[in-house]
Design a protein around this ligand. Sequence first.
Ligand SMILES: Cc1cc2nc3c(=O)[nH]c(=O)nc-3n(C[C@H](O)[C@H](O)[C@H](O)COP(=O)(O)O)c2cc1C
Length: 347
Amino acid sequence: MTQPSIDRSAIRPIQLRELRLENNLVLAPLAGVSNFPFRLISREAGAALSFTETVSAKGLVMGGAKTRRLLETSPREAPVAFQLFGSEPEILGEACRMLDADGAVWVDLNVGCPVKKFIKNRAGSSLLRDLPHAGRIVRAMRKNFSGTLSVKMRTGWDSESIVAPEFARIAADEGAELISVHGRTRAQQYTGRADRSIIRRVVEAVPEVPVLANGDIVTPTDVFEMLAETGAAGVMIGRGAMGNPWIFEQALSLARGAPARRPTRAERLATIEKHIAWIQRAFTDSRALSANLKKYVSAYSRGLSGSVKFRQRVLESHDVDEILELTRSYFAVVKRTPALRDEERAA
Ligand SMILES: Cc1cc2nc3c(=O)[nH]c(=O)nc-3n(C[C@H](O)[C@H](O)[C@H](O)COP(=O)(O)O)c2cc1C
């Protein structure tokens, strides 16, 4: 099999004032997924930074216990980027002030979420329809936060209004120090492909600010292709890391000139056991615990032999001990399916 060309120097640190990211591979904010246990797993697998699930600025300011839970972290995962959503500059400013007082080092603004509830509240990708207002939000956040401030956006509202390069410029002028771009419009939701040419235009619009390119990175070679095609400072990986946190170490491995080795069965099982233990510690409520176990063990089984049946049994179970038993017996003996998994293209 011919090797795609790999520019090994594409993996490099990112320096942001006094904060240095050891490499340019980052875990994306994923609501319901990038919680504390999964962020730790991703960091251990080599991601230099992870983003929290999106957190309501209003919820934070109002002192909501549920919101606070989403912000749980530990020095072990420092630095972590807290992603906020909202629509009012004063509220986002106040949320930043509170996080600053709590010692947070990184806050990110959600300008991408396409979900109706967000749009109705003029948050998420809705902000792409009113750039001066979105700019005022960034300004209010900057005024109230001394750490790293970043913005994550989609390319535009729809294909007729590609505003990411323009908004990146506005955000940078208002003090954003890093920009992440998911190469899809709000109208696309998750259909089609992430448009790398628009990400490149964002990179060119803010030459002094590092840009993280995001969308559809599912293999370690995708990392290098994305960086080569966009000129971005780094990549942000979301769905491609779910069930496959090894994508981070595989990309780092390629950058060292080594093969992108798949985890052995024992290594896979060890990671899953660790993840389970952290989930058990993080979620004491039995429904949340069971839902989280199901979500992640199912993701880890993707592409493995007999995984459809395994997932079916796990999803049907209402008993945590049974889920654990099913998981341990499945992953202790499982083989990969004969069809090559994606990451093997790079191995
Ligand atoms: C389940 C799920 C939850 C997400 N939650 C968030 C979120 O909270 N904040 C955000 O900015 N983007 C969110 N996204 C978008 C991702 O961060 C990312 O931009 C998108 O999935 C494209 O990257 P990928 O192809 O690597 O997954 C979410 C995506 C998914 C699939």
